[in-house]
Design a protein around this ligand. Structure first.
Ligand code: SF4
Length: 240
């Protein structure tokens, strides 16, 4: 049995998938996104993280089930939830058996087992860090191939996708970048929704606490308003 290493659990999440959801933040991430607001989830093992067996977690989810209604459920987030493959392989089928809708909030950079994981996942919130190899490297400090492997598996299996993209001033903003993103998203299948997320600075104090230099020092938060137009046209593309 594989326990999950859990950073935290949010019981009434409203922004990580449809309906009211329990969001389970798992430890571990190989990426180093310059705008990451959860650097405290990077380490796979942390003295501050809790451990929970798949059965314990599903018992807890069952208690929340009355709040889920028709559309809610559980979202596994992080960190990068795919870093805890063994835990997911045990807990996801248990969620399924309990009739709990499963979302995976991921950048697609884990340690394999994707087909089996996706066969027990209802929806993937897929974080497109960048649509070019060079841009991906610049945003995350890692290569893009891993995330493409996950995405290709999800495409092949027909898993519904909600695409997310963080828009950062000077890094992933501007008309040319967003037009390029739009073209890229047109090449993907099974996309149900696109969400453009404005960069914010709420995670900065965590860097100070951890003693890590903040990579985007001085970059102002992104305004949400200018992104609405782009988000609208990207979602309109999905209807055609
Ligand atoms: S994938 Fe998420 S948790 Fe990992 S570094 Fe990027 S923003 Fe942070």
């Amino acid at each position: 049995m594989s326990d999950g290493v859990i950073h935290s659990i949010e019981s009434m999440g409203l922004v990580d998938g449809p309906g009211i959801r329990t969001v389970v933040f798992l430890q571990g991430c190989q990426l180093r996104c310059r705008y990451c607001h959860n650097p405290d989830t990077w380490a796979l093992c942390s003295s501050k993280a809790g451990r929970m067996s798949p059965q314990e977690l599903v018992r807890r989810l069952n208690r929340f089930k009355p709040y889920y209604g028709h559309s809610g459920g559980v979202t596994f987030s992080g960190g990068e939830p795919l870093m805890q493959k063994e835990f997911l392989l045990e807990v996801l089928p248990l969620c399924r058996a309990a009739g709990i809708h499963v979302c995976l909030d991921t950048a697609g950079c884990g340690t394999g087992g994707y087909e089996e994981i996706l066969s027990n996942t209802d929806l993937v919130l897929f974080d497109v860090k960048h649509y070019t190899d060079e841009g991906y490297r610049c945003v995350t400090g890692r290569e893009r191939a891993q995330s493409l492997e996950f995405l290709e598996t999800a495409q092949r299996m027909g898993t519904p996708l909600w695409i997310r993209h963080v828009v950062v001033p000077g890094l992933t903003d501007g008309a040319a970048h967003l037009a390029g993103l739009r073209e890229y998203l047109r090449t993907l299948r099974n996309v149900e929704r696109v969400e453009l997320l404005p960069y914010h600075t709420l995670g900065v104090p965590k860097y100070e606490t951890l003693g890590i230099p903040y990579p985007l020092e001085g970059v102002e938060p992104m305004q949400a308003e200018p992104l609405k137009h782009w988000q609208q046209i990207m979602n309109e593309d999905l209807e055609k």
